[in-house]
Every structure is written in C-alpha cells, then in structure tokens.
Design a protein around this ligand. Structure first.
Ligand SMILES: NC(=O)C1=CN([C@@H]2O[C@H](COP(=O)(O)OP(=O)(O)OC[C@H]3O[C@@H](n4cnc5c(N)ncnc54)[C@H](O)[C@@H]3O)[C@@H](O)[C@H]2O)C=CC1
Ligand SMILES: O=C(O)C(=O)COP(=O)(O)O
Length: 534
C-alpha cells in the first residue's frame, strides 16, 4: 500500500486516480506545522503540495520512505530541490493545469488596474459616489511588455492582442520566428522599459530573476507605466516598486504574489495605486481539478510503473524519443551490471560512447541508468536515477559521454568503458530490430549475446577441448548451459566465452573451472532481467 499525504488544499475529485486505486491510501492533512510534517513524513511514499507548504531540507531529510514530491501547480520554489535530489526523491509539477487560470487572472488584473475597479468598488461600497477620482486608461493601442514568454506569458500575449495592444516579448528562448508567428515583437528588457505602457512578468523566481525589475529598471521606464506580477513575489523588488509608485514614475501596479506570503509590507498592500490579490492566479475550479488530476495520475504511474513525465530533477525526454530509446533502457543497465561483475573493482573513470543517430540527443536517462547500475554494485542501494549524478560527484568519479552519428556496423550502439588505474573493461550493446537486445562485445571480443539472468564470463586461451572441459565441470555440478557465445583474438590466441546458465554457479564449481588448463579467469554474474523504467 502506498501512502500519500496532501498538505495544501487540493481538489478532492481531482485526486481520484489515487483515492479510487486499491494500492493507494490518501490522507489530507492541510495546514500541518512544519515540525509536525517533519515528524510524520517518514510514513509516506508521496507528498502533494501547492505553494503554501514549505518543503524544507529538514522535512526532506526525515522523509525516509518518500519517493515523490508533487507540486499541484507550476512554481517549485517552496521545495528544496537539491535536498530532494540528494535523497533520490523525484520532484514533479503540473505545468500546464493552471496556465489558463493564471493567464485570465493576469488579464483581469490588468483591466482592473487600468480602470481602478477595486478602488472604485471600495469607494462605492463605503457609501461614496466618486466618478472623477477613478478615471482610467484604455488598453487599446497601448504597448504591453511581457517578460517571460513561456506558457502563461504566451497566452497573455495572445489575449492582449484581442485588445489590440502592441506586444513586446522578452525571453532568452524567444526566437524571431516564434515572435513573428505570435504576431509580437521580440525585445530586450531595456526596449520594453523604453516603450511599454504596461509590463507583466511571467518568469519563475530564480537567482537571475530575483529583483529583475528593480529601482534601476524603474528609472528607465516610461513615466506612468503600470506593472503586473502574477508570477512570483520578488521578481519585482517590492520596496523599489512602492518607491516608484509613490514618486509617480509608476502609475500603478497589480500584484498577486509577494516576497513573503502573507505580505508584510503595508506600503505595498495599502497603497491606493497598487491593487492586490492573495495569490489567486491558479485558484479556479477548473485549474485546481486539472493540477490535482495531473499530479495524482503521475504519482500513480511513477509508483506503479516507474513512468515519469514532469520531473523537475530528471532529464526531460519527449514521449517520442522515450519510445525510441525504450529498448535500450533495460539493456544498457544490464550491460553495466555485467561489466561491473567482470571487472570486480570500483571504477574511477566511466566513459560512455553513443553511436548512431538515435543517440544524438536525449541520452541523459540512459547515462543515468548505466551509472546507477555501476555504482549500485559497490555503494548502497539508495542510489536511483534521481540522485545518481550527485553520488557520482560526491565519490569523485569522472565520467565522459561522447556521441557519434557513425554506425560502427549497427544502426545504434552503446559502448561503456570503466577504468581504475591501468585496468579497464569495456562492453557494448545494440538492439536488433525484431530480435531484441544484444551484448555485442566484451573487452573488445565480438559476441552476439542475448542477456539472461545468470552468466559465466570466462577468459581463456583458444585451445581445443576448452568448451568441453568447461561443459563437463558444469555438468558434474548439475548446472545446465542455456547458450554459449565465444569470441577470440586470433586462432590459438586469447579468447572469451560467455555462457548463460539456468541457476547460480556456486563458488566451489567456479574454483573447479578455474583449475582448467589455459583458463585465465572465470566470473559468475547475475543481472536483473526485469524491465526498468518505461
Ligand atoms: N499566481 C499564480 O497563482 C501562478 C503563478 N505561476 C507562476 O507564473 C510563472 C510562469 O509560469 P509558466 O508560464 O507556466 O512557466 P514557463 O516555464 O512556461 O515559463 C517561464 C518562462 O520564463 C522564461 N525565463 C526564465 N528566466 C528568464 C529571464 N531571466 N528573463 C526572461 N524570461 C525568463 C523561461 O524561458 C520561460 O519561457 C512561474 O513563476 C509560475 O510559478 C503559475 C501559475 C499560477
Ligand atoms: O502554480 C503556481 O506556480 C502557483 O503559483 C499557484 O500556486 P497555488 O497552487 O495556488 O498555491
């Protein structure tokens, strides 16, 4: 039974994928104090939060059973991602579920700001009739600067065009071509400052975006500009905004998100020219349903089949590429397991070469699978594809990845080399369409081996009778040989034999094999034949 704890208000019906699944038990414990959450978290496999719960390092360190932290929304700045990654916990979000809600809230805020709606409402409901005081401005033919042209920024730009605004978009990833297709102008932050009547921010809060809009920036803007922040508190420096509004440089602002929530700056929240909402961007029935559905379906899939879609701390792989590399996911791990058992030493260096067009991009997951298999052999079992690169770094191991479009005789082909000082070992695999995965070389010897659970790797000289002698020792020990693969350098020279056997080979039989003349080494290996992450 997987236990899931929900600590922020989430749509109950959106959680059906978990609440109606026999393998899951869901507990809604909204508003837990951090110390209490740190105490109880060790009982759960998954944690679902929105923006309110602070998932700190302390909480994560206590989470010995936790496998997934799910953010039912976009921003993950309330989650210590580094701590989660070190602990091997996957962090996921629901990136698209609240896009429309946040977009519409941004437009609502822009209109309310332009027409002083909250102030006018407050005035009228307090018994006044002040028509002159609340004269507004039109959006029509004004210039809107959109900082951050991701999901929400793009949707805001599209809708603002409906008001016949001119749109300037700034985003490091915005191309001229995309801007053209959207009917907007790609601009720099300074160009936006110089031209915009309204500026709305839609970036995540990162070290680069914290204080992106600051006192220096306000000096460059047009006098009378209006700002909207429905993204994250801190992208616009709050105190600098208050000062710029009070000086008249900025005519007004509409703010949904704050540096501290609830906000602590009355200069901002009680300023007649600044309208505020309590982080309501994602608060629609539809958005909450969608984000809850998205995270609960993904938690179910991760915990029951290992399938991950929206991980923040894993390399992103598109569904198409994932489908293509699928045959290599288990195969590359098996190849790494076999190599470790042949090498019998902790590796200090790891080299991975990918050949063939399939591997020109998106090999992050395969690389992690192989390194995880190598390191798990010597290190503890808490290594997984989430924390493997941190573990690698912490142990001072070096690794390199090379990619080559050349085919090397196979359409696609992965070669893995591990080394420790002068010693090294190599292995390679491919997937033969219609025939499945094959190990095609070990330590430079060509083979054509289908991976099976129990294997014997034998390093020997190519002399008559070798195969018979090995077979007879195994036969005496009642060990059945499934298949045999041999490779040699030259006739009578060095050779290797890999046998698949039906059960584990005890140490006593291995020692008997070692006594065969002209046989240099024999290693028994057991590899996992279960399908890994799909
Ligand atoms: N108020 C609310 O309730 C909600 C707030 N949000 C917040 O809105 C923001 C945007 O969300 P999405 O559009 O879904 O994210 P997104 O990831 O689709 O878009 C973010 C964009 O910001 C751009 N960006 C990053 N650094 C930048 C920089 N230094 N300068 C300019 N652009 C930069 C990225 O390239 C990306 O295109 C996030 O902070 C998210 O947490 C999202 C939903 C609801
Ligand atoms: O998705 C986001 O980034 C949001 O800011 C929404 O926050 P919330 O889920 O409403 O606490």
């Amino acid at each position: 039974m997987y236990k899931v704890i929900v600590t922020d208000p989430i749509s109950a019906s959106g959680l059906k994928a978990l609440t109606e699944h026999d393998a899951f038990q869901v507990e809604q414990r909204v508003g837990l104090e951090p110390e209490v959450l740190a105490e109880v978290i060790c009982d759960y496999d998954a944690l679902i939060v929105r923006s309110q719960t602070q998932v700190t390092r302390d909480i994560i360190q206590a989470a010995d059973r936790l496998k997934v932290i799910a953010r039912a929304g976009v921003g993950v700045d309330n989650i210590d991602i580094d701590a989660a990654t070190e602990k091997g916990i996957i962090v996921i979000n629901a990136p698209a579920g609240n896009t429309i809600a946040a977009t519409e809230h941004t437009l609502a805020m822009m209109l309310a700001l332009a027409r002083n709606i909250p102030q006018a409402y407050g005035s009228l409901t307090s018994g006044k009739w002040e028509r002159k005081l609340f004269k507004g401005v039109e959006l029509y033919q004004k210039t809107l600067g959109v900082v951050g042209m991701g999901r929400i920024g793009t949707e805001v730009a599209k809708r603002a065009k409906g008001f016949q605004m001119n749109i300037l978009g700034y985003d490091p990833f915005l191309t001229e071509d995309r801007a053209k297709k959207l009917g907007i102008i790609k601009a720099s932050l300074d160009e936006i400052a110089a031209q915009a009547d309204f500026i709305t921010v839609h970036t995540p809060l990162t070290p680069e975006t914290r204080g992106l809009i600051n006192a220096e920036y306000f000096e460059k803007t047009k006098k009378g500009v209006r700002f909207i922040n429905c993204a994250r508190g801190g992208i616009i420096d709050e105190q600098a905004l208050v000062d710029a509004v009070n000086s008249g440089q900025v005519a007004g602002a509409a703010i949904d998100v704050f540096e501290h929530e609830p906000p602590e700056n009355p200069g901002l929240t009680q300023n007649p020219k600044i309208i505020v909402t309590p982080h309501l961007g994602a608060s629609t029935t539809e958005a909450q349903e969608k984000v809850a559905e998205s995270v609960s379906e993904e938690i179910r899939d991760i915990l029951t089949s290992g399938s991950v879609q929206h991980a923040i701390n894993l390399p992103h792989i598109s569904a198409t590429v994932k489908q293509k590399i699928k045959p290599y996911l288990t195969l590359s791990e098996q190849m790494a397991e076999l190599l470790m058992q042949i090498f019998k030493k902790a590796p200090k260096t790891i080299k991975i070469n990918y050949y063939g067009e399939l591997f020109l991009e998106d090999t992050g997951l395969l690389t992690r699978q192989m390194i995880k298999a190598l390191l798990s052999y010597y290190l503890d079992s808490s290594i997984n594809i989430v924390n493997v690169m941190q573990v690698l770094k912490a142990h001072g191991l070096s690794y390199s990845v090379q990619k080559n479009a050349a085919h090397k005789g196979f359409t696609n082909f992965i070669e893995l080399e591990i080394g420790n000082g002068e010693d090294k070992a190599t292995i390679a695999c491919t997937n033969l369409s219609g025939f499945g995965g094959r190990i095609v070389s070990v330590n430079g010897y060509r083979l054509d081996m289908e991976p099976e659970r129990y294997l014997l790797y034998i390093d020997h000289m190519d002399v008559p009778g070798m195969i018979g002698n090995v077979g007879s020792v195994l036969g005496k020990g009642k060990i059945n040989i499934g298949s045999m693969y041999v490779g040699r350098e030259t006739i009578g020279g060095k050779a290797v034999m890999v046998l698949t056997v039906d059960k584990p080979v005890p140490e006593a039989i291995r020692s008997d094999i070692l006594r065969i003349n002209d046989l240099n080494d024999v290693q028994f290996a057991e590899i996992n034949i279960e399908e890994s992450v799909d």
